[in-house]
Design a protein around this ligand. Sequence first.
Ligand code: NAP
Length: 298
Amino acid sequence: MPEGSALIPLIGLGTGPLRGRVCVDTVEQALRLGYRHIDTAEGYENERDVGEGLRASGVQREDIFVTTKISPSHFAPRELERAAKDSLMRLRLSQIDLLLLHWPNPQVPLSETLEALCGVKRAGLTRHIGVSNFEVTDIDEAVRHASEPLVCNQIEMNSFVDRPKLTAACRAHHMAVVAYCPIARGEANNDAGLKRIGQAYGKSGSQVSLRWLVQQGISVIPRTSRIERLSENYSIFDFELSEAEMSEISSIARRRSRLATVISPMRAFALKTLPAPATSVLRIGYRMLRRVMGGTAR
Ligand SMILES: NC(=O)c1ccc[n+]([C@@H]2O[C@H](COP(=O)([O-])OP(=O)(O)OC[C@H]3O[C@@H](n4cnc5c(N)ncnc54)[C@H](OP(=O)(O)O)[C@@H]3O)[C@@H](O)[C@H]2O)c1
């Protein structure tokens, strides 16, 4: 492992938008089943529930890798430190394992945010720091400003959304890639191509999507509130996709991702410039379009 990188478990549990009892129970069950990475964010408003689930599981704190994320509205230096402390208080932990910037926020200079994030790490509030939803140019800029290693970029990736240039950029900077929406919000399970590939191994479409990612060294954080699916999503280490199957899935994912790459910047521009009623219609249309394409709009 290169110096300054983090050992992030390949499989973790996503918890957004689980809340309340369901969240507590799911975290507890996941840890009992063997999951060792739990992903949350201040924006999910479930850090208290996640903390309760961690304690209920009885698993030793040092055996669990906890990721949380700072919301872009708290990227100003003083607010960032406050937000990190608030997360710790809600989780009832003395240290986070990985603290991420949830999305880039062009309103606050990245240099200032990075300085604050690195300060929070040096103060011992978190073991590691990283980013989420950062594109290639954002990463280059972030690395330039960071005085501590940025160990991860958490991005949307699944068998319908491939990001080869972005993952290559992360690797060049020794950053791990963690894939969110790794089963395309359940869509991977219904995909005929993935189901066909999975049949040979007795695996589901969801498991094939997860396996395609972990086989590339990408960590995954699927979310489910169903116990049987917790075990299903975890059972991806007892089969191996062939090179031909990996390429087949990649080629589908790349074709769909290219469409998303064209549409996303146009959407961002329209959301900035159009009046509110028009942007509401646009948001609905965008969600429908991405669903058709297999992407999962945030
Ligand atoms: N950094 C970011 O900006 C960002 C953005 C989005 C998400 N995330 C993180 O990534 C995590 C995962 O992403 P996600 O929740 O959006 O999408 P996901 O994990 O791809 O999909 C979750 C959906 O798939 C269903 N599902 C789970 N396992 C299944 C299986 N084996 N077969 C069929 N359906 C299954 C779940 O329903 P049931 O509950 O009914 O099983 C749920 O509706 C989130 O929880 C969050 O922690 C991060």
